[in-house]
Ligand binder design. Structure first.
Ligand code: TTP
Ligand code: MG
Length: 359
């Protein structure tokens, strides 16, 4: 028994960000604009500011939040279109519902961006890269708009990656590539580093994460207070924040892949209470007010066959999980590769109010 280790799952996070969102929608809806520098925002006569501009305009140095008058000086042919928020919100809803087709673990960040945790998605051979490509393809197919994607083991790296090959690009940072990627990364790309912190770094001669890595945790704590630990971790490519969907969860589960397949059901027995305690801890952490509707177990075998069993239940009892696992095992009776147990919530009277605020 002692030689069975549970492999800690590496998270697979995708960050998706639409390219020049408002401007891309306007160009899509008026193809005559293709190839022209286009921006969306207020008019210069009204001391307006740009919301965004397309990549043609960016070549002239035009940027989001720039006064329209300045933008027109840089690019006199720039076409500045009025903001049509209702239209952008509708496209945003469409895109966010595409994300939901791939996983329910979606954390919307803005109208045009979201984090997705695809660690437990089994389609696309479980490859986050293939999932990200499929999402980009679906957005193109449904909306005729391009999105860029970042794929990494955490939110911080995924977000940086999505901007790396913009527009219409993807960047994957594999676990073994993190330390090299991070070394040259500019410190002003880190979460929590605004103008003030960036200026302090500049004064200290710190430009890259490699420079930042030279400061000890206690020094960072001393100089930057609460931000110290985050800076210390990010400089090493570490970010433990989970993806927090603000849609009600449909289910919550724990699952583990074993370092060595379990040859018999008996070997699994003593591990069940461990999983059970983990599930209770996660349920406790998640503080979900909704009632539990049913409970389930899942078993994946050495030959990758997989099966699940579910029963209606309002409370997760360990004996029920034991029974469900036994039912799963009995169906194929072969060495076990992975086991999961979980609960399904009753979301029948969903109001989904939290999510509405974004749109
Ligand atoms: P962003 O994703 O920051 O920018 P973008 O999608 O236009 O371009 P990129 O390809 O670099 O991602 O913002 C999304 C939308 O939010 C953008 O299209 C317009 C709006 N926005 C503003 O209204 N004001 C701003 O200052 C910014 C940055 C964005
Ligand atoms: Mg964008």
């Amino acid at each position: 028994m002692e030689n069975i280790i549970v492999i800690p799952a590496i998270r697979k996070i995708i960050h998706i960000d639409m390219d020049c969102f408002y401007a891309a929608i306007e160009v899509r809806d008026n193809p005559k604009l293709a190839g022209h520098p286009v921006a969306v925002g207020g008019q210069h006569t009204e001391r307006g500011v740009l919301c965004t501009c397309n990549y043609v305009a960016r070549k002239f140095g035009v940027r989001s939040a720039m006064p329209t008058a300045t933008a027109l000086r840089l690019c006199p042919e720039l076409l500045v279109l009025p903001v049509n928020m209702a239209k952008y919100k509708q496209v945003s809803r469409n895109i966010h519902s595409i994300f939901q087709e791939f996983t329910e673990l979606v954390e919307p960040l803005a109208l045009d961006e979201a984090y997705l945790d695809v660690s437990n998605v089994e389609h696309y051979q479980g490859s986050a890269t293939l999932i990200a490509e499929a999402i980009r393809a679906k957005i193109w197919q449904k909306e005729k708009l391009t999105a860029s994607a970042g794929v990494a083991t955490n939110k911080f790296l995924a977000k940086i990656a999505s901007g790396w090959n913009k527009p219409d690009g993807i960047k994957v940072i594999r676990p073994q590539e993190i330390s090299e990627f991070i070394r040259e990364l500019a410190v002003d790309k880190l979460f929590g580093v605004g103008k003030v912190t960036a200026k302090r770094f500049a004064e200290m001669g710190i430009k890259t994460c490699n420079d930042l890595q030279k400061l000890s945790l206690s020094e960072l704590n001393h100089r930057f207070g609460k931000l110290g630990l985050t800076l210390y971790n990010q400089a090493r490519g570490i970010d433990n924040r989970g993806v927090e969907p603000n849609r009600p969860r449909k289910s919550l589960s724990v699952e583990e892949t074993f370092s060595k397949n379990l040859d018999s059901f008996a070997i699994l027995q003593p591990l069940i209470s461990e999983f059970y305690l983990k599930l209770l801890a996660r349920l406790n952490e998640a503080k979900i007010a909704r009632p539990i509707k049913s409970i389930f177990a899942k078993v994946k075998f050495a030959d990758f066959r997989q099966t699940t069993a579910e029963i209606s239940s309002v409370s997760p009892g360990i004996d029920s999980f034991k029974e469900l696992l036994a039912i799963c095992y009995e169906r194929y009776k072969r060495p076990i590769r992975l086991v999961g147990i979980g609960v399904i919530f009753d979301i029948s009277e969903d109001t989904i109010t939290q999510q509405q605020s974004l749109f």
